[in-house]
Design a protein around this ligand. Structure first.
Ligand code: PMP
Length: 472
């Protein structure tokens, strides 16, 4: 056994099967990976094999970054307590985050997860507006609380869920690839925003008013959807006119990932949401998340908000250290340069492989949509599964998502290099060539077989991995 391990892999797996809830899924359930350490953009399994991590946007500045680890450990040795005591870390961190945001977004609530942040944001919106309903984009995922499961079509549309509540209203995701409009050459930003306006008008006619429109600035689990220019600027106007507020979920896409701006909402020129929620990358793996809003919204609520761990001195020390590293190592600039390089390499693949229907993204947030036919855009779901399983065999971690589970998602730690991009695209090219060759010979398996060729060690109760994508 590797040092630091309590159990060998089969024991860990057996104990997990016995002790852990069956809906807590594993990546690659038919042959899960046991990770024992990580550094930078690499993770190591119990046998010492080194995986290139192309998906871990939580380890934002690199797994186990020494500056972050040291900040956490020093603060842990000194004091860690709740935020009802005065402590400098809380205010120093809030001040530092405020410097990255438009001046109107100036009041912070620190919490421990993206779900807590979105849940609180919706509560604040309801108190501020006096309204209850929520509007979201199709296929969106916003978190795991009861409230957020209800506003996440990604969850409530799946078999076995309780379905859509009547206070939840779903608008089309503003996809420029899978357009819902027949006409060519239309202003997609306006056309999709008009859909929002129309639904808000219909709601008004039935005497319903939304408290909030909640959307990711770039949709991640929904299939890496990049909204067309001009969309959010118009949507927020319609939402305000209808009496609601706009909550931008930056849990996946914030903190410089998009390369050209610190926040993904800033990609839409001049657009300023009423609230922004943040999480995952914020603490580089330490539980740290936040809602930032305006003084007007914050000041309407008189109910005390207490969160035992939110904003504790250790989490704020970690948050400050993450910002230090982002700045010192110029990781936003790196995301821009390496992201552009990765996109170029992927476009070269697209010119040779018809299975690549679309490549879209910003910085180190890129989606590659696989299709069986570029005209019909029929999703190549099994092939996408096959790709990530083959890559896993070659020690590269990539995931797949989107409503048809056919979008390969790149969102690696921000220290990803051009050499990493070259490595993964070279491997991807070989895999796509194999898939196309097998396809031509008419013997393409479902993609599952290639994963099953390894020892089948699935746990009792784990779903087939095509049921739900391998999401992080
Ligand atoms: N919002 C988005 C867009 C997410 O992707 C996630 C997590 N995948 C969440 C919110 C919830 O974050 P957490 O898992 O930290 O609760």
């Amino acid at each position: 056994m590797a040092s630091g391990e309590l159990f060998d892999k089969s024991e860990t797996l057996a104990l997990r099967g016995k002790l852990i809830g069956p809906t807590c899924r594993l990546f690659f359930p038919h042959d899960p990976i046991k990770m024992v350490r990580a550094r930078g953009q690499y993770m190591y399994n119990e046998a010492g094999e080194k995986y290139l991590d192309c998906i871990n946007n939580v380890a934002h500045v690199g797994h186990c970054h020494p500056h972050v680890v040291s900040a956490a450990s020093k603060q842990m040795e000194t004091i860690n307590t709740n935020s009802r005591f005065l402590h400098d870390n809380l205010v120093a961190y809030a001040r530092r985050l405020a410097e990255t945001l438009p001046p109107s977004l100036s009041v912070f609530y620190f919490v421990n997860s993206g779900s807590e942040a979105n849940d609180l944001a919706v509560q604040l919106a309801r108190r501020y507006t006096g309204n209850y309903d929520v509007m979201v984009m199709d296929n969106a995922y916003h978190g795991n609380t009861a409230l957020l499961m209800d506003i996440s079509p990604y969850k409530f549309k799946r078999a076995g869920s309780s379905g859509k509540r009547d206070w939840v209203h779903v608008v089309p995701a503003p996809s420029t690839y899978r357009k819902i409009f027949q006409e060519d050459n239309i202003d997609l930003g306006k056309a999709y925003a008009d859909e929002v306006k129309k639904q808000l008008g219909d709601l008004k006619a039935s005497e319903k008013i939304i408290a909030a429109f909640v959307a990711e600035s770039l949709q991640s689990c929904g299939g890496q959807v990049i909204p067309p220019e001009g969309y959010f600027q118009r949507v927020i106007e319609h939402v305000h006119n209808a009496g609601g507020v706009f909550i931008a979920d930056e849990v996946q896409v914030g903190f410089g990932r998009v390369g050209s701006s610190f926040w993904a909402f800033q990609l839409q020129h001049g657009f300023v949401p009423d609230m922004v929620t943040m999480g995952k990358p914020m603490g580089n793996g330490y539980p740290l998340a936040c809602v930032v809003t305006t003084t007007a919204i914050a000041s309407t609520s008189s109910i005390e908000y207490f969160n035992t761990y939110g904003g504790n001195p250790v989490s704020c020390a970690v948050g400050l250290a993450v910002l230090d590293v982002l700045e010192k190592e110029q990781l936003m600039e790196n995301a821009k340069i390496v992201g552009a390089h990765l996109a170029t390499r992927l476009r070269q693949l697209q010119s040779r492989h018809p299975i690549i229907g679309d490549i879209r993204g910003k910085g180190l947030f890129i989606g590659v949509e696989l299709v069986l036919d570029r005209n019909t855009k029929e999703p190549a779901t099994a092939e996408a599964q096959r790709v990530i399983f083959r890559l896993k065999d070659e020690l590269v971690l990539l995931s797949v998502d989107g409503p048809a589970c056919n979008v390969l998602k790149f969102k690696p730690p921000m220290c990803f290099t051009k050499a990493d991009a070259d490595l993964v695209t070279t491997k991807l090219e070989r895999i796509l060539t194999d898939i196309e060759d097998v396809g031509k010979n008419g013997t393409l398996d479902s993609g599952i077989e290639s994963g099953m060729k390894q020892k089948d060690v699935s746990l009792p109760g784990t779903q087939a991995f095509t049921d739900e994508p391998l999401k992080v």
